[in-house]
Design a binder for this molecule. Structure first.
Ligand SMILES: Nc1ncnc2c1ncn2[C@@H]1O[C@H](COP(=O)(O)OP(=O)(O)OP(=O)(O)O)[C@@H](O)[C@H]1O
Length: 288
């Protein structure tokens, strides 16, 4: 996919080429939530340059939940930062909901691993959740309704007046998710959001992600180191190679819905997929 297809000097498509896309419209499938179009990124220059990601091409349709996995240091966070508009790629472009990213896109929220740094300790739970919509044109009752519904969606009704430091790690991450939800994003980017919680809490948070995706019709991109989690949550798993990261495989996950922590993980198709993803990661992107 490129921004525009080759044309003759008169502007007509060259023979055999697909019709030219109107200027300013996204490449890829019409209606795609995200299009990553020949994206590469190199940090620094000269001797210290690090080519992190190389010529990544993929798209994500609305309401898909897509996991991104790869070896440590592959460039997963770099990719997510280009999607979030926090980093301009050295080459290529990212399109979100039909618009080319030139900064943080509209309708996008991000959840990070380190909830203790993303929540404001001097604000109560409800004020943390209200923070991103504080400057919006919504009325006070509308903002309160959004905050109340978001806290209810993450199972934290009744904890509005607490402070983050009065909650467990898993509850704090729920507050961070509620804060992202209050904004009613169409696209949620999650960077290893459950890496700092225990295994049982993690399962609850995974199911929370699936339930909010269905409740709010969101598109979710999810970076994780946990192979089982990457399969359990996703409609597709994108496997990146060692750096400079290329896309090794785009794996479709066709497990029964709704997913269940016990029966899904016992499903032979799940066991096969997690083995396949693990082999790809451990080979660093070589064919397996
Ligand atoms: N701001 C930066 N300046 C220079 N190099 C950077 C910068 N940010 C990341 N890198 C390098 O780019 C590479 C990819 O980093 P990135 O954080 O995207 O990988 P990752 O796959 O998310 O890593 P991990 O799995 O360990 O979380 C790493 O080698 C990292 O050192």
């Amino acid at each position: 996919m490129t921004d525009s297809l080759p044309t003759t000097s008169a502007g007509a498509p060259t023979q055999g080429a697909a019709p030219t896309r109107p200027a300013g419209t996204a490449p890829g499938t019409p209606g795609a939530a995200v299009v990553v179009d020949h994206v590469s990124h190199t940090y620094g220059r000269g001797d210290t340059a690090h080519h992190a990601i190389h010529d990544l091409n993929f798209e994500v349709m609305p309401k898909e939940c897509v996991s991104i996995v790869g070896p440590s240091g592959a460039g997963k966070t770099t990719l997510l930062r280009t999607l979030a508009g926090l980093l301009q790629p050295s080459e290529g472009a990212v399109w979100v909901n039909g618009k080319k990213n030139t900064g943080v896109p509209d309708g996008m929220a991000m959840v990070f691993q380190d909830y203790s740094r993303s929540l404001l300790p001097w604000l109560s739970v409800e004020r943390n959740v209200a923070f991103p919509i504080a400057g919006s044109s919504l009325s006070k009752p509308e903002r309160k309704a959004l905050v109340d519904e978001s806290l209810e969606a993450v199972g934290l009704k009744g904890f509005e007046k607490r402070y983050p430091w009065q909650l467990s790690g898993g509850m704090q991450q729920r507050v961070a998710i509620a804060r992202a939800l209050a904004y009613r994003p169409k696209l949620m980017l999650m960077d290893e959001p459950f890496a700092s919680v225990d295994a049982q809490t993690r399962e609850g948070l995974e199911d929370l992600v699936l339930s909010i995706r269905d409740r709010y019709d969101m598109t979710i991109l999810f970076v994780t180191h946990d192979i089982d989690e990457s399969v359990y949550l996703a409609n597709r798993v994108l496997v990146l190679s060692r750096p400079p990261a290329t896309l090794v495989e785009d794996i479709r996950v066709e497990l029964a819905e709704p997913r269940d922590q016990i029966t899904t993980r016992e499903d032979p198709a799940f066991i096969h997929l997690r083995g396949h993803v693990a082999r790809l990661i451990h080979s660093g992107g070589e064919p397996v």
